[in-house]
Design a protein around this ligand. Structure first.
Ligand SMILES: N[C@@H](CCC(=O)N[C@@H](CS)C(=O)NCC(=O)O)C(=O)O
Length: 227
């Protein structure tokens, strides 16, 4: 039984990363199909897969078509109840769904000002008040969960909530945003998770540059690594 997962470039597509992290950490096999976001044939490629306009999309083994990351997460939680994909405690499980939904339509200033490029980090980024407000909310969400669970992930072990918050954690790292020690430890746990490392290694093989993701004239500096 395998899932077909349609993704964009692994260095750029943060939504695709979320979908990957909804499967790989839980040993759920996927076959990856890669398309070029914002390339000339992007919308046709997505349509040929059977999805609509955006990546990620998933074809389930039974032929279901899931064209949104929330639906993908919901399905994984539903189909794999024994893999620890969501917290087992019902209250924490509900909270995890709440913060996943908040991420899905929130953090817009941070997401807009700080596009993901896992091949680099940027020096000299000056955050706006909106970005700092999103960082503060990220800290609040993360601290509430981790102070209760003890970490290293939001609910202790890696869950779908971490899949959704991973690209926010990498943004804090790669844009040199202010981070508490809890946030730093969380970001380290994310970027050293084997499934994240596999994804980023594939992204490092990519060479294409997408102008809208370029933060020039900011200086490119190495992506933070942890020994
Ligand atoms: N709501 C979608 C958003 C996905 C999304 O915006 N993906 C980006 C790539 S990271 C995309 O396909 N953009 C193309 C476009 O918006 O035209 C989800 O959660 O899956």
């Amino acid at each position: 039984m395998t899932y077909d997962l349609l993704i964009g470039q692994q260095s750029y597509s943060s939504w695709s990363l979320r979908a990957w992290l909804a499967f790989a950490p839980f040993d759920i096999p996927t076959t990856l199909h890669k398309v070029e976001i914002y390339g000339d044939t992007f919308y046709d490629d997505v349509a040929a897969f059977g999805a609509v306009r955006t990546v990620p999309a998933v074809r389930t083994p039974e032929g279901g078509m899931l064209s949104d990351s929330i639906a993908i997460a919901w399905h994984v939680a539903d189909a794999f109840p024994d893999r620890g994909v969501m917290p087992s405690d019902p209250v924490q499980r509900a909270e995890a769904m709440s913060i996943i939904a908040e991420m899905h339509d929130g953090f817009t200033a941070l997401r807009g000002a700080c596009p993901v490029n896992l091949r680099t980090a940027w020096a000299g980024f000056e955050p706006s008040e909106g970005v700092l407000a999103d960082v503060a909310r990220f800290e609040e969400v993360m601290a509430r969960a981790i102070n209760r669970s003890g970490g290293p992930f939001l609910y202790g072990t890696f869950t779908l909530a971490d899949a959704f918050y991973a690209p926010l954690a990498t943004r804090l790292l790669t844009y040199g945003l202010p981070m508490s020690s809890t946030a730093q430890a969380y970001a380290k746990a994310i970027v050293t998770h084997p499934s994240f490392v596999d994804w980023r290694n594939a992204g490092m093989e990519e060479t294409q540059e997408i102008a809208r993701y370029d933060k020039a004239p900011l200086e490119r500096v190495p992506f933070p690594t942890f020994a």
